[in-house]
Ligand binder design. Sequence first.
Ligand code: HQG
Length: 179
Amino acid sequence: MKYEELSKEVSYALRHAPWEYELEMDEEGWVSIEQLLNALNTEGKFGNITRNDLAVMIDKSEKKRHEIKAGKIRAMYGHSIPMHIVKEEKTPPNKLYHGTARRFIESIKKNGLLPMSRQYVHLSADIDTAKKVGLRRDKSPCILEIDSKRAYEDGVVFYHGNEKVWLADKISPCYIREL
Ligand code: HQG
């Protein structure tokens, strides 16, 4: 089983295009595993996938992107679908980080961090994770430090993605420092 490819397709379905797979998604992003398996197995690209394959896919992944509960599966972050996905509000750690490309810095310093094509701004719990995120777009990425404690005290809402990923609606330039 090609778990990495499967994970990419599941992310695509759950983050960006549930309608292409005829999935009914609730407001927290959960869909029925049965519906997802039906769609994937009708497509047939991965052979006959089982519930266990999805569990192994999650287990083998280097990032915790999906979770399974009570016959349902969801993406933990990354959504771009029009329907708003409700995330759990949570007190952030004092500092969070964001890795990005050098070419975006001028705009970020002026406009702050914006969700762009996703529903939330994605922040990293540590510098190493932020660096990996930034490397997707630039071989020498910039790391931004977010004063999440002060932002939170000022009323900015943070949401939990997974143990490494935090979400926010928008981060104003006054909370951002380039490392
Ligand atoms: C940038 C991956 C100009 C922002 C990762 C980023 C993450 C601005 C890009 C998750 C801007 C959006 C999300 C502004 C933000 N002006 N550029 N005002 N505000 N940007 O992919 O955070 O592997 O939507 O810096 O690891 O890179 O898929 O967000 O470069 O956790 O599981 O606009 O996706 O996870 O890019 O990545 P993205 P991201 P997975």
